[in-house]
Design a protein around this ligand. Structure first.
Ligand SMILES: NC(=O)c1ccc[n+]([C@@H]2O[C@H](COP(=O)([O-])OP(=O)(O)OC[C@H]3O[C@@H](n4cnc5c(N)ncnc54)[C@H](O)[C@@H]3O)[C@@H](O)[C@H]2O)c1
Length: 266
């Protein structure tokens, strides 16, 4: 996809962090933007900032873990703008505990938002995007933890590996259509991810003591605008993977070393 002006982008988790950076970058290219977020105020605030760039924006309160909510988002975006050309399944959350201390609600919450959330986006939007028969792109936000498992965040690792597989499957199966896909695998980005349990539903344990982690970050964090610029370039180039931290290449090589060695041992 090379033409952005006048087209429409939908960004889940668009009220904060990377999603907000993506929404602003798309608006900067002249795209109209639907900002979906479980935090209505954050979505509305982001939509106002996007409109300030001279494009149309709507804020849609959406829980990506709820399939019906994502279908309502899709209906609203297609009705409002007449088409959807870029879908960013970006909303995501994390919990921090060793795997033997995670409870079932930890797994349900993280898998529900990160993996089911992306899947719900694909289910609600993809058939209509293919039927549009215009260049379209799906960007799924995984993480470097979708390429290499990290300690202490097992449910996050599992969900993000799933998001990578979902994106690879999209590219394989959509090769004969005008829809393509990329997976975003960032390292540390300056956002509110460390406080993600501010949005944890009561039925799955409720908000935790998130304020204590405010301002804490993964190493070498970069700004969401830098990530968004890489995503725009990847859409234009139809690149399958978007990474952000050069030094993390060694981690990925470290993961594949033992896998390749297992074959060599045959
Ligand atoms: N920040 C990082 O270092 C980093 C690194 C790798 C990957 N990521 C991924 O980037 C994505 C965006 O996170 P961020 O870092 O911008 O964090 P963030 O907390 O700043 O933004 C996440 C947004 O998602 C929204 N959200 C949470 N649950 C939701 C739900 N059920 N339905 C809809 N919206 C929901 C939040 O309200 C928030 O606006 C996530 O998928 C995250 O896993 C972040």
């Amino acid at each position: 996809m090379r033409e952005f002006r006048g087209r429409t982008a939908v960004v889940t988790g668009g009220g904060s962090g990377i999603g907000r950076g993506l929404a602003l970058a798309f608006a900067g290219e002249g795209m109209n933007v639907a900002i979906a977020d479980v935090e209505r105020d954050a979505a509305e605030d982001a939509a106002r900032e996007v409109e300030g760039l001279g494009v149309r924006a709507i804020a849609v309160e959406t829980d990506v873990a709820d399939r019906a909510s994502v279908h309502r988002l899709a209906d609203r975006a297609f009705d409002e703008f007449g088409g959807v050309h870029v879908l960013c399944n970006n909303a995501g959350v994390v919990t921090f505990s060793p795997i033997h201390e995670l409870d079932e609600a930890d797994w349900d919450w993280v898998m529900g938002v990160n993996l089911q959330g992306a899947l719900h986006g694909v289910q609600a939007f993809l058939k209509r995007m293919v039927a549009q028969d215009e260049p379209c792109h799906i960007v799924n936000t995984a993480s470097i933890a979708g390429l290499v498992s990290h300690p202490g965040i097992a449910s996050y690792n599992v969900s993000k590996f799933g998001v990578v597989a979902l994106t690879e499957s999209l590219r394989l199966d959509l090769a004969d259509t005008q829809v393509s896909a990329s997976v975003l695998c960032p390292g540390g980005v300056r956002t509110r991810i460390m406080e993600s349990d501010r949005n944890r539903p009561a039925a799955l344990g409720g908000p935790g003591d998130f304020a204590v982690r405010a301002g804490t970050q993964a190493p070498a964090p970069i700004d969401p605008a830098e990530v968004a610029a890489r995503v725009l370039a990847a859409i234009r180039a139809d690149a399958p993977y978007v990474v952000t931290h050069k030094e993390q290449k060694a981690m990925v090589e470290g993961r594949f070393g033992p896998i390749l060695a297992a074959f060599d041992a045959l």
